[in-house]
Write a protein that binds this ligand. Sequence first.
Ligand code: DGY
Length: 343
Amino acid sequence: MMTSNRKPKVWASFDPPESVIDYLSENLDLSYNATGELATHEMIHAKLGDAEGLFVTLRDMVDEDLLNEAPNLKVVSNLAVGYDNVDVKAASKKGIWVTNTPGVLTEATADLAWALLFAVARRIPEGDRMVRDGSYTGWRHNLLLGTELSGKTLGIWGGGRIGQAIGRRGLGFNMRIIYNNRSRKEEFERENNAQFVEFDELLQRSDFLVLAMPLNSDTANQIGRAEFEQMKRSAFLINIARGGLIREDEMIAVLKEQRIAGAGLDVYVDTTGIGAKLGDLDHVVLTPHIGSATHETRRQMALMASRNLVDALHGREPENAVNRKAIYESNIPRNGVRNLISV
Ligand code: DGY
């Protein structure tokens, strides 16, 4: 049980934003990786013995081995809505809360999906390069012809908050919305005239296929050569979710062969190598995982993740626990879970 004035020890793998530093420091004994670089294995391990809370980003792998070395850990607060970097099952077995930041990044991420869609459909980066390098010499009837959105089919793999927000925008562009998800979203269907379809049908009918699924053992590597072969040759792929949904080498081959019309990608498996692997393919637009990267959204993510951390370490149930059910079922006393249950 925590004594009244003792602040729980927390280590952050990154420098938390100014907007939450005071709040964190008032409530926690906070230390963090101030190098501006990704936390090294050694850095993390040096802190694990003491840490009651970890504040991490999606780039930090919180696996079972790491959790085994953290005897005092009560919460892992992930500064992201996706939490494929955390072994939630292992954490739950130990009664450790795992929290994320749902909701606050929905609109920003949906916007980015559309930015990529527009960019690749209307060849915006190619045009930008042309104007800058002087090769643009004036209007021509056949210059940079792109693909119209109106009347086309927008296919969304994923019916969660972000998938739905992407779909809602599609209505405004006069598109037909189809989607596939583990469960039907009837309100979304009603409000957006959206149609639930099987996965294969989604591949076959989409003119723009947008991936908005979380990465987990059911969704990993689900899109590869065989799936691309089912798509229209004129279709575009947009991925704002996780690179691991796609078998990346197969996607690269398909794009080089121009088996589909193009892609707009924000996320990758081989983050640092993808640029060189794709070379200078004009029909592929790349961004560096910036789906949630707006000032407004990042501020809200930092606040939400900080509250999750503070609440969990001060005996309150964190609002955004992804393993609430498992934690209650685990009934492990050392993290105060029994106390919570009996309240
Ligand atoms: C998330 O939150 O999972 C996004 O991919 C990062 O912004």
